[in-house]
Design a protein. Sequence first.
Length: 406
Amino acid sequence: MTKQCKYFVDDKNLDINLGEKVKADFPIFKNSDVVYFDNSATTQKPQCVIDATQNYSLNFCANIGRGSYSWANKAGAEVKKARQKIASFIGANVDEIFFTSGATDASNLIAYGYGLKNLNTDDEIMYCLDDHKSTYQPWKNLVKNLEHFGKKVAVKNILIDTEGDYKEDDLVDKITPKTKVVILTHIHNTYGLEMDIEKIVPLIRAKNPDTKIVLDCSQSVGHIPVDVHKLDVDFAFFSGHKMFADTGIGVCYIKKSTQPEMQKFKVGGGNKLFESGTQNISGILSLGVAVDYINSIGIEKVEAYIRYLTRYLYTKLKSIPQIEFSKGIDKCSCPLGFGIISFGINGIQSSDVGEVLNDYNIFVRTGDFCRTTNGEDFIRTSFHIYNTISDIDKFVKVIKYIVSEG
């Protein structure tokens, strides 16, 4: 499958100095020479997010929906505003947004909230074993649990092609009248490709309009514009900590028309659909402020800059003969990048490379990145807006040194 080119240098949204301009917003980099290239795992926090969580703890720390006093009312109002911001940010209605403890929790909520009620013997679901484990393992576990109750649900594997995309024709061919759910990833956490969701979803709908589509947006929301209504998915989920918010907060989008087909997965205090118990209030507020921060820059500018950095690093690494790239930017007919490049160095374990890079205060991810693999061992670099060209130049210099030392 050939992807369309986008010439980054002439992109009207590109500001090649964006990283230098915003880095001061992130206190962790003050008086530090750290190069942080593990943004797919988690991002650093701008001062405004830190201030928001501290403000809640210092000035109106109270539970929401539990009292009529001023602090509780203030907390409730701030959570409501955050929910509205987040809904608007991903093109959803406010009553389609539900807070979870993270992407993994949201993935489980969808699998069990929908699957327990709707999956029966001979029904089919589809997922990709090359996606992040949190994307498909809740469904794998659900199928195993349903077997204990005499329900045998069939699983079909979605395949990845040599470039790193879903094998589109194979995927569509596997859709049948029995296909209840298809679980997809928006941007792959290892290959860094946008997985042609805008093209694939209509093909699934044409083959079986009743199939529910689940989309993992963990690497896309906060990095590129995302509109869940335009994407026409039934469910979507992502984590706040990959877009400058705190850990422990995630979002589950459930299309309004799909909600009656769900059953509550977790119950307890509170009466909001699919949310029970005490919420991570400070986490929710941090995510609302993170959305404000991204909007203040412009999500199109964020995307253009991340693509620019990705292309720049790829060009530098491509000149090193000992580098072997994973699927993704290097394997595409027209190389694109969405902030992630994974590669190996011939004859050197990725963990050894990571240790040397750490000695130079360069932080990357090594290993298999929460995927079911056949012994793949990569170094993964992943960018966000506070990364700079000088960061990449320092990284490439150390990589060349590692290669030369062998």
